[in-house]
Design a binder for this molecule. Structure first.
Ligand code: PRP
Length: 186
């Protein structure tokens, strides 16, 4: 386990699951992979608000091919409702995507319900290609059989905060990915 970090808003020092250096190395690798896969083409990164905002901003800077971005948001009625498959779009894309190479960018792929919904929705707009980049993947939680083309890290079923991920909207700004609550760590 990496060294715990201090943060003024945390009740205790949360255990670091993936530290900022490991994140930066992996994001650079994914950026290079995207450059290879889409060499000579352009890409539209579509971030899923809000958790993906920080991953998208780092990933965009790790990509050298022509790159633009857009954002969507889905309803967050809570995992209970989401598990029933009830995902609702609350912010649509700003621009048409027909004929574009799209990468849906997510902080975490959990049950897969959100990304399945978004993939189905985006495919209706006939993109040239559609891929998924998920910084974290919790395969044991999957309900929809969905695999991301680009995965940062596969993790066990911990509740994680930091690097965009929240607990009650807080802690998204932690630079490392941490386990929350701190005493939930093994
Ligand atoms: C998280 C994450 C994904 C979704 C993944 O969003 O950002 O969008 O859950 O879960 P799933 O695979 O089970 O559908 P959250 O609802 O926490 O909203 P946020 O991005 O605003 O934090």
């Amino acid at each position: 386990m990496a060294t715990p970090i201090r943060h003024p808003y945390l009740p205790a020092q949360p255990p670091v699951l993936i530290n900022r250096d490991a994140i930066a190395r992996r994001v650079a690798e994914i950026g290079a992979e995207i450059d290879r896969d889409l060499a000579g083409e352009s890409v539209l990164l579509v971030g899923v608000l809000k958790g993906a905002a920080i991953f998208l901003s780092d990933l965009a800077r790790a990509i050298n091919i022509q790159c633009t971005f857009d954002f969507v948001a889905v309803s967050s009625y809570g995992k209970g409702t989401r598990s029933s498959g009830a995902v609702k779009l609350i912010k649509d894309l700003d621009h048409p995507i027909e004929g574009r190479n799209i990468i849906l960018v997510e902080d975490i792929l959990d049950t897969g319900l959100t990304l399945s919904f978004l993939k189905r929705m985006l495919m209706q707009h006939r993109p040239r290609s559609l891929r998924v980049a998920a910084l974290l993947d919790k395969p044991e939680r999957r309900i929809e059989p969905l695999q991301a083309e680009y995965v940062g890290f596969s993790i066990p079923n911990h509740f994680v905060i930091g690097y965009g991920m929240d607990y009650a909207e807080r802690f998204r700004n932690l630079p490392d990915i941490c386990i929350f609550p701190p005493d939930a760590a093994d």
